[in-house]
Write a protein of this length. Structure first.
Length: 83
C-alpha cells in the first residue's frame, strides 16, 4: 500500500473518530490537530488497527509524533506481517 493510499484511509479514520471533517497531511503532528489529544489518541490507534488489520505495541504508540510516523509504522507492520 502506498503512503498516499494510507493517508487517504487515515483521513477517513480520523474524520470518523474525531467526528469532524479532517484533512490530513503527512507533516501534521498532534499539535496541528487540536482534537488529537491523549484520550482520542487511544481511540484513533484502535480504529487504525482495525482499519489496517494490524496491531500496535505500547512502545509503537508512545513514539508516534506525526502522521508521517504513523504511515511509516503502518507500512512496516504490513510489510513484516505484524498482526
Amino acid at each position: 500500500m502506498t503512503r498516499q493510499e494510507i493517508l487517504r484511509l487515515l483521513t477517513e479514520v480520523f474524520s470518523d473518530v474525531l467526528d469532524v471533517n479532517v484533512v490530513l497531511k503527512e507533516s501534521a503532528t498532534t499539535r496541528d490537530i487540536p482534537m488529537w489529544d491523549s484520550l482520542n489518541h487511544v481511540q484513533l490507534m484502535i480504529a487504525v488497527e482495525r482499519k489496517f488489520g494490524i496491531s500496535f505495541t505500547a512502545r509503537d504508540i508512545e513514539f508516534l509524533k506525526s502522521i508521517s510516523d504513523l504511515i511509516s509504522l503502518i507500512q512496516k507492520k504490513q510489510k513484516n506481517g505484524f498482526y
